[in-house]
Design a protein around this ligand. Structure first.
Ligand SMILES: [Zn+2]
Length: 299
């Protein structure tokens, strides 16, 4: 629980990613202390979606890799395609989803936005949902650079934009009370993190807080942030540990500083999109200035 909101992580599975690309200019002697690579230098990356139940709406942040990868891409990434079955195991069917938010439009973040029906037509996976994605990202995706063109699969978003089911965001909008987006450039120019503020009164129209709520700290700010590829895993929390995929690595550093300036003092829960083991944690800085990820204590 985050204030009045209920948050759950659902995974689309894990996939192999080149360790060098995952950690950019960080030498392997350093990153291999945190993450183990196989004999081809692949590490395991997760595909974490965040489900938010506000009491009024069911909101899904990010839709993983999906099931429409080309044969060539399946050779690299294996297409785990587990999100729908993992949602179903918790009683969530595609019809339950009211809102889908994509932080950016790389294929491993919006893959389940759409599926092919039995006639091969691209249709929305979540038929009732309103979809949201950054407008600048969609503009860029229409004419990506040679460097990252492979990361954009138009079937994941173009049919939704054309039908009007996807709304394009400038950045800074509140999508429903308590859930908003904020642009953090670096990985791409227009990637938007999703901020979830479950503080009483923000989302659910909660009445005056009870004495019990006051006592257990329910009045404290309760903020989580799906920070997406700005900080993809707990191994990337150091300011200088960016991915080689980042188009603007110096902006990644600047954006991380901006994020930590709010998230650390306000004790935000950070959600890590590609961490296969720790999907969320509190990021802290110790006395020596070293960044630490503190997991959720059970119970
Ligand atoms: Zn990405």
């Amino acid at each position: 629980m985050l204030g009045d909101f209920e948050l759950t992580i659902f995974s689309d599975g894990t996939y192999p990613l080149d360790g060098g690309a995952f950690f950019g200019v960080v030498p392997k002697v350093m990153w291999s202390k945190k993450v183990t690579a196989d004999d081809r230098n692949y590490v395991t990356a997760g595909l974490n979606s965040l489900l938010i139940r506000t009491g009024k709406q069911t909101v899904l942040v990010e839709t993983g890799m999906g099931n429409k990868l080309s044969e060539r891409m399946v050779k690299f990434y294996r297409q785990p395609a587990q999100l729908l079955s993992n949602l179903a195991a918790d009683g969530v069917s595609p019809e339950h989803i009211d809102i889908v938010i994509n932080t950016h439009l790389h294929f491993d973040h919006c893959g389940w936005n759409t599926v092919r029906d039995k006639n091969g037509k691209i249709v929305p996976t979540f038929p009732r949902a309103k979809y949201y994605a950054p407008e600048g990202e969609w503009q860029y995706a229409r004419r990506p650079s040679e460097r990252d063109a492979i990361s954009y699969i138009p079937d994941n978003y173009d049919p939704l934009v054309q039908s009007g089911q996807m709304t394009l965001l400038k950045g800074g909008e509140e999508i429903v009370p308590g859930i908003s987006v904020k642009t953090f450039p670096g990985h791409t120019a227009h990637m938007q993190a999703v901020l979830v503020d479950g503080s009483p009164g923000k989302g659910r129209a909660s009445a005056v807080p009870s004495a019990a709520q006051k006592e257990n700290g329910a009045l404290a700010p309760a903020i989580a942030c799906y920070i997406s590829d700005l900080i993809p895993t707990t191994a990337h929390i150091d300011i200088a540990w960016g991915m080689a995929f980042d188009l603007y690595p110096l902006q990644t550093i600047e954006s991380k500083k901006q994020y930590y300036a709010k998230a650390l003092p306000e004790k935000w829960l950070t959600v890590f999109t590609h961490d296969p083991k720790t999907p969320w944690a509190y990021v802290e800085r110790d006395e020596a200035g070293k960044m630490l990820a503190r997991g959720l204590s059970s119970g």
